[in-house]
Design a protein around this ligand. Structure first.
Ligand code: CP
Ligand code: NVA
Length: 307
């Protein structure tokens, strides 16, 4: 069995490992390196709904020669039907890896502490590392490079923004985020991202002004105003984010060859207008496809790690 290596945050990876994952995923996307993980089993333990993450992990594992067991929110009752550490210990007797989507990041930490197999974060309230890695792969493909680009995130300082901020800063992408008061990226993340940026020679800009963030950006990114689990806050969030929609006039402030990104699911006419989402700058479906390719690289890196 490979040595246990959890991926709860993008910060669990070094810059070298991230670059290697991106290059490996590009090779895998060409159809190379199939069946690297024959007979390996992966548990997909999901407390929240999913389209992309579930399907791309299931296909990724199948293409690598292994198989997945999907455990829906109703089945396991993490921490309700059974304590989280017990679930981790039981699953470790059956599978080689646990991919978990949870409400509380602490649940992931607890799974990782008790599991003897690797745990991968498939989204928590804190981070969405597989998404950010797929985004980096997509940027590398579309722009032909990574270092020195400027990524503007307009919207909530949420799980996706947090992973993107840390990863961008780590690999030398300037990260600018515009959020309304009360919804900014937390200070710890900004501090951490700035320390990565100092090492890579990039920059982290935090502003309340979408125009300031988007000006001269190579990539403009947004996500839902209310994330899964925040449905009751949707009304208040809609009012707070009214001026943070990515639309044609805002996008026109970016570089001429700007690309528009969204992790999806998107709310057409809310955080992004349909003309931008379906327009020539949009690469959102390439992004969605790349979840498959980067996750194959992640699984191979984690499950083939030498003892
Ligand atoms: N982007 C993303 O993680 O999508 P799902 O919630 O559908 O998995
Ligand atoms: N921020 C969103 C991302 C969905 C992929 C959420 O957590 O619901």
């Amino acid at each position: 069995m490979a040595v246990k290596k959890d991926l709860l945050s993008v910060a669990d990876l070094s810059r070298g490992e991230v670059e290697q994952l991106v290059e490996q995923a590009l090779v895998m996307k060409q159809g190379e390196m199939r069946c690297l993980l024959p007979w390996r089993s992966v548990a997909l333990l999901f407390e929240k709904p999913s389209l992309r993450t579930r399907v791309s992990f299931e296909i990724a594992v199948a293409q690598l020669g292994g198989h997945c067991v999907y455990l829906s929110p109703q089945e396991v009752g993490l921490g309700k039907r059974e304590p989280v550490p017990d679930v981790a210990r039981v699953l470790s007797r059956y599978v080689d890896c646990i991919v978990a989507r949870v409400f509380s990041h602490q649940t992931l930490v607890s799974l990782a502490q008790s599991a003897s197999v690797s745990v991968i974060n498939a989204l928590s309230n804190v981070e969405h590392p597989c998404q950010a890695l797929a985004d980096l792969l997509t940027i590398r493909e579309k722009k032909g490079r990574i270092e020195g680009l400027r990524l503007a995130f307009v919207g909530d300082g949420n799980n996706v923004a947090r992973s993107l901020a840390l990863l961008s800063a780590m690999v030398g992408v300037e990260f600018a985020i515009a959020s309304p008061g009360g919804y900014q990226l937390d200070e710890d993340t900004v501090k951490r991202a700035r320390s990565f940026a100092a090492a890579s020679g990039s920059k982290v800009v935090v502003t309340g002004d979408p125009a300031e963030a988007v000006r001269d950006a190579d990539v403009v990114y947004t996500d839902a105003w209310a994330s899964m689990g925040q449905e009751e806050e949707a009304g208040a969030r809609h009012r707070a984010f009214e001026d943070y929609q990515v639309n044609g006039p805002l996008l026109s402030l970016a570089k001429q060859d700007v690309v528009f990104m969204h992790c999806l699911p998107a709310h057409h006419g809310e955080e992004v207008t349909s003309d931008v989402l379906n327009g020539p700058a949009s690469i959102v479906f390439d992004q969605a496809e790349n979840r498959l390719h980067i996750q194959k690289a992640v699984l191979a890196q984690i499950l083939l790690a030498p003892d």
